[in-house]
Design a protein around this ligand. Structure first.
Ligand code: FAD
Length: 147
């Protein structure tokens, strides 16, 4: 265990609306603020999204994660926020991302589609660990493609 490292995983209902271009712009706004704040606060993680849900992993010092999450859960751009995991972690799953956005490419959507097929989009029935594993898998495939 590396000291005070915690991981929080939640899912929520996406309340963003508009055209795909509007959605993309709104997500970019969220990511820009997230990256700046998270970098300042020693938080890393990843966000995945589709028209129905968000899933996010936040990792960092427990208090920093709690403070960020208190802000995030008040945000009206999503709702029904459900924490699946808030536990000490051995290491960061997304060490180089202050907030990575995954699930954009066609390959990612295929993987996310698997998730849909397997779960019927009942993410709340998946554990935080399973969502974390799926997001790690998508992230490492993305990094593999970028290399
Ligand atoms: P402000 O930007 O002044 O926000 C004031 C209030 O308005 C807050 O309640 C804010 O949530 C809300 N708000 C801001 N912009 C909009 C908008 N365009 N539409 C509707 N409401 C708005 N922040 C992080 O720091 N780190 C993260 O990892 C992170 N992840 C997020 C993931 C999701 C799915 C969402 C929806 C938001 C996320 N945010 C994250 C953004 C976070 O909710 C706050 O908006 C942000 O941290 C700034 O909050 P603030 O109160 O300091 O500032």
């Amino acid at each position: 265990m590396s000291g005070d490292l915690y991981r929080l995983v939640y899912v929520s209902r996406n309340r963003l609306d508009g055209s795909p271009q509007d959605m993309r712009r709104k997500i970019e706004d969220i990511l820009a603020v997230s990256e700046r704040n998270n970098r300042e606060n020693g938080i890393t993680g990843a966000l995945i999204f589709n028209s129905g849900i968000f899933a996010q992993v936040l990792e960092g010092p427990a208090r920093a994660v709690e403070i960020a999450f208190e802000r995030i859960q008040r945000d009206l751009r999503h709702g029904d926020v459900d924490v699946l995991e808030f536990e000490p972690a051995d290491r960061r799953g997304f060490p180089s991302w202050s907030m990575g956005f995954i699930g954009e490419s066609r390959e990612d959507m295929a993987l996310f589609g698997d998730l849909h097929a397997v779960t019927g989009f009942e993410e709340r029935r998946l554990g935080g660990e399973r969502i974390f594993d799926i997001m790690r898998r998508i992230a490492s495939e993305e990094e593999g493609r970028a290399a």
